[in-house]
Design a protein around this ligand. Structure first.
Ligand code: FE2
Length: 211
């Protein structure tokens, strides 16, 4: 439990709900992961939720590329959430050595008319999505879709809690190559279909961050 004490004469705050972190991945990381997809990786799409063409497991090299590039950001995410959850009273222990365990990781190869139903990730505390490739011409589809009052094509939708007059339960993200989002594994999310021919390629990882 956190007891609130005002820190200034005026402030707005949203103390409830999960934290989502955003990080722009280095181009080299995106290129290396895209190259990994060309390898002969095993397809686990029949065991995962997504109604998509392929979900290819990371090999050890891909896990290392992701872990090496993301560990600092993921440590910052934990520091932010620890401070936020304690109203700035607790942070990570600088004398501790923290580690990131990647329980499982996979590439999601989604093509036109495919989608990923609402789901959570289990057996971990954290999950994430990183965008590696988009169909050529999807910006034209989005230009049309954004004339609609609720654009969603090919977007990921996070959902948490109950929508109310001063509360928000939906968070939509438009994928862009190089964008990476981290979130608690229990946070429900889905991906809507798109109609431009081609591949929307992302990756997801189930992780545990601990001492
Ligand atoms: Fe997911």
């Amino acid at each position: 439990m956190t007891i609130f004490t005002p820190a200034s004469d005026k402030q707005f705050f949203s103390p409830f709900g999960p934290t989502v972190g955003y990080f722009k991945m280095p181009n080299l990381m995106v290129d290396k992961l895209n190259s990994s997809v060309e390898k002969n990786l095993s397809d686990h799409s029949n065991r995962l939720v997504g109604k998509v063409s392929e979900e290819l497991s990371f090999d050890n090299e891909s896990k290392k590329i992701a872990g090496d590039n993301l560990i600092n950001f993921i440590t910052e995410y934990h520091s932010y959430t620890k401070l936020r959850n304690s109203m700035n009273k607790e942070d990570l222990d600088p004398t501790e050595k923290y580690k990131l365990e990647i329980i499982s990781a996979w590439f999601v190869r989604q093509y036109e008319n495919e989608y990923n139903p609402l789901h959570i990730h289990t057996g971990c505390t954290l999950s994430c999505v990183g965008y590696l490739s988009l169909p050529e011409g999807i910006e034209n589809e989005w230009e049309d879709d954004y004339k609609n009052h609720y654009p969603a094509n090919g977007h990921i939708n996070f959902a948490h809690g109950t929508h109310g007059s001063h509360s928000c339960s939906n968070f939509l993200v438009k994928p862009q190559v190089g964008d990476f989002y981290i979130f608690p594994s229990y946070l429900s999310h889905c991906v809507y279909p798109f109609y431009t021919p081609g591949e929307r390629r992302s990756f997801s990882m189930n992780m545990i961050f601990s001492k």
